[in-house]
Write a protein that binds this ligand. Structure first.
Ligand code: SAH
Length: 227
């Protein structure tokens, strides 16, 4: 997985590659899908959600430039895999999930792992961030938002980085926002497809029901870079 799907496609951060080589992804997916654990795909978990494609996890992690001791907010715990990658890189992660059963399952999984850093999983609407734990050195949103959620950039510390997929259901742009004092620099970092961010600053649940959301996320759906 690391050589073919990550290094080959340009992931260069050796620490990220080493962590993803050592973290057992099969622990984060339903047992019946275990054989697919290292394939180049997002996979379904409970409640219609997904564990992200390994390339996407690596790419988003790399964009955050995580260093030991960094205080990170993740919006969308899902399986807990992305949070575990960040914690293995030494970060102290607060991860927020709107579905309590997913949060509980992720917490159980993470408890059994040696992480280096830490993960605290909380239940709630992460589209508005987590003001009580701000500021964060990095924020990662692992669900697609219609626009950059308004309250998130202000919860970054100076120099902090936010990565969030922004756009409509069929395709989003991975967007990196970097805080420089009171200025915010925004950079587009390529196409992606994620499940929707719901909640106050996300998509409306009723609207999502009517639209066709792909059941998985995959960079292979990038129209401009067919592989
Ligand atoms: N990071 C995950 C993948 C997450 S899939 C992993 O490594 O497995 C996206 C997740 O975001 C889903 O679990 C979904 O329930 C959650 N989500 C969507 N909107 C949310 C919101 N407003 N607040 C918190 N979680 C949200």
């Amino acid at each position: 997985m690391v050589d073919r799907q990550l290094r080959h496609r340009g992931i260069a951060d050796e620490r990220v590659l080493a962590v993803m080589a050592s973290l057992p992804r099969e622990l984060f997916i339903p047992p019946k899908l275990e054989a697919h654990a290292y394939m180049d795909d997002a996979l379904p978990i409970d409640l219609g959600q997904t564990i992200s494609q390994p390339y996407m996890v690596a790419r988003m992690t790399e964009l955050l430039q995580p260093t030991p001791g960094m205080h990170v907010l993740e919006v969308g715990t899902g399986s807990g895999y992305q949070a575990a990658v960040l914690a293995r890189l030494g970060c102290s992660v607060v991860s927020i999930e709107r579905h309590a059963p997913l949060a509980d399952a992720a917490r159980d999984r993470l408890e059994g792992l040696e992480l280096g850093g830490s993960v605290r999983v909380v239940v709630g609407d992460g589209s508005v961030g987590r003001p009580e734990d701000a500021p964060f050195d990095a924020i990662i949103v692992t669900a697609a938002a219609p626009v950059v959620p308004r309250l998130l950039p202000g919860q970054l510390s100076d120099g902090g980085r936010l990565v969030v997929p922004v756009g409509p259901s069929q395709r989003q742009e991975l967007t990196l926002v970097t805080r420089h004092g009171d200025d915010f620099e925004t950079r587009d970092c390529g196409g992606c497809v994620f499940v929707p961010l719901l909640g106050a600053a996300g998509f409306r649940e009723a609207a999502v029901g009517r639209r066709k959301w792909p059941g998985r996320q995959s960079l292979r759906s990038r129209p401009e870079r067919p592989e």
